[in-house]
Design a protein around this ligand. Structure first.
Ligand code: BG6
Length: 484
């Protein structure tokens, strides 16, 4: 059960008429309610400009839960939706914040209660809403904890992220702030730390002496579609690399934290981010590939001559004792032939082969592939002797599949875990202000370099293809290839 100091909390969702609320947030809350992970009296208030009655809002959310929660039960829904409310208002109207606060107080019946504010609005409204909460005193913790969850993107570059941190800190203390990166809520991502630190056999070889390279791929089949307006001004670096992919890198590369608490964990991640060698403008072409799928410019709300990359591949180095000289290859793209998120650790080849090899043939390296989605699992490849074929060898796998070990449907939605953690005051899976700023400090010079003389060319790739050839060449220059 949740640690609410006895009383049920109040959750206030800003941007409640939007897609995220309907598809992810309310379905996640419904599932938490169904699994009795949150107090049954937990109140949820939606706030947005659109005019809705409480009842009309409930109806909208009911549709969302039916479609996206994976389970639906009428009686449960009635019990859950009894605590669902709606206030229509403007993020710049103080009176609307006062009405919102008054409803929350009324529902809390004068009892101290924790409150979680969830910002799921367009990012340009974040600062205004935070200021509004501050002006009405809704951040004040004298009648229970007050926490704020802020969706991505947190800024669009280092200066804007700093400015937003500054404005948020003018109202909330850092311990009240939960910057979300839904990748950290994925079970398979959390398992990276369990795999590394709850097993004794991998950590001794998790370093430059044994690891040849690390690959992180986040490949998507979906094109940009209806999100052109946002995406065209963001591109793949801001949309995927600054947050999800750099977060995956920190988990793979960090030192074991002294304890499993938010500060210790995030301190280690910050050390990794600080150790990543920035990509200087004069080596941009050697380190970065950028590409766009051919029909991207025809997507709605995309500029007809847009040079926004929808695919990128990157080579990074982590300059510390553990990782010196080991390349980290990162790639992500939209409209590809495959959907797969995977982290691969490729080990060095045996130093000497006892076995007769054909000319030019080499022993294949062992690889450890952690598939984050869609077929969640872990695969370790090794060489095996082909039976009755002399000393012929072939790579085979040790395989672990979540579905066969824990059953289908065992993996909950990332938002369930993240909302629950925030309600319980555990910020381990949320990004701290310094992590955000360090990530932007790495991404900004790359993006800025695209308008300079050393910019890598913008390659084109076909929708539904494996992506640009440049991404393969990036690895081929090191005699590596992407492991699928
Ligand atoms: C979001 C990005 O943060 O993550 C999207 O804005 C992307 O562009 C999505 O499609 C990927 O998330 P998931 O959970 O589907 O891998």
């Amino acid at each position: 059960m949740n640690a609410q100091n006895g009383a049920a909390p109040t959750i206030i969702i800003f941007g409640a008429s939007g897609d995220l609320t309907k598809r992810k947030l309310v379905p996640a809350l419904y599932n938490l309610f169904r699994k009795r992970r949150i107090a049954p009296e937990t109140r949820i208030i939606g706030f947005a400009r659109t005019e809705f009655s409480h009842e009309a809002f409930r109806q909208q959310m009911r549709e969302g839960v039916q479609e996206f929660a994976g389970h639906f039960d009428d009686a449960l829904w009635i019990a859950f939706s009894d605590n669902l409310y709606y206030v229509s208002g403007n993020p710049d109207a103080l009176d609307d914040f006062k009405r919102l606060d008054a409803l929350a107080r009324e529902l809390e019946a004068g009892q101290p209660a924790g409150r979680m504010y969830y910002l799921s609005t367009p990012p340009k409204l974040y600062a205004e809403i935070v200021a509004g909460l501050g002006q009405v005193g809704m951040q004040d913790e004298s009648h229970g904890w007050r926490r704020i969850i802020i969706e991505k993107p947190f800024g669009r570059d280092l200066p804007s992220a700093r400015e937003l941190n500054h404005k948020v800190h003018a109202v909330f203390n850092e311990h009240q702030v939960y910057r979300i990166d839904h990748y950290l809520g994925k079970e398979t991502v959390q398992n990276v730390s369990v795999f590394r630190f709850a097993n004794a056999i991998f950590e001794p070889i998790w370093n430059r002496n044994y690891v040849d390279n690390v690959q992180i791929s986040v490949l998507e089949q979906v094109p940009v579609g209806r999100r052109g307006g946002y995406y065209d001004s963001a591109g793949v670096f801001r949309d995927m690399f600054q947050n999800h992919i750099l977060q995956l890198l920190t988990l793979i590369a960090m030192e074991p934290p002294a304890a499993l608490n938010a500060e210790a964990l995030r301190n280690e991640k910050v050390k990794v981010l600080s150790a990543i060698r920035p990509i200087a403008s004069n080596v941009l072409r050697q380190h970065v590939v950028r590409a766009q799928y051919r029909s991207y410019r025809d997507e709605p709300n995309v500029a007809p001559r847009s040079d926004t990359p929808t695919y990128a591949a990157l080579k990074l180095y982590v300059d510390n004792w553990r990782w010196q000289g080991v390349p980290f290859f990162l790639r992500s793209g939209k409209a590809l032939d495959t959907r797969k998120t995977q982290i691969v650790v490729q080990f060095k080849c045996p130093p000497h082969s006892l076995f007769a090899m054909n000319e030019g043939q080499q022993l294949e390296p062992n690889t450890l592939a952690m598939e984050i989605q869609p077929n969640e699992g872990i695969h370790l490849s090794f060489q095996a002797k082909v039976p009755d074929a002399g000393l012929a060898m072939q790579p085979v796998n040790f395989d672990f599949h979540y579905a066969s070990a824990f059953g289908n449907g065992a993996i909950p939605e990332a938002y369930e875990r993240l909302i629950l953690d925030a309600l319980q005051g555990d910020a381990s899976l949320f990004t701290r202000s310094d992590e955000i700023e360090l990530s932007w400090a790495l991404i900004d010079p790359i993006v800025q370099g695209f308008s300079g003389p050393g910019a890598p060319p913008l390659e084109l790739y076909e929708q539904g293809s494996p992506g640009p050839v440049g991404a393969d060449e990036l690895l081929a220059r090191h005699d590596f290839a992407w492991v699928m």
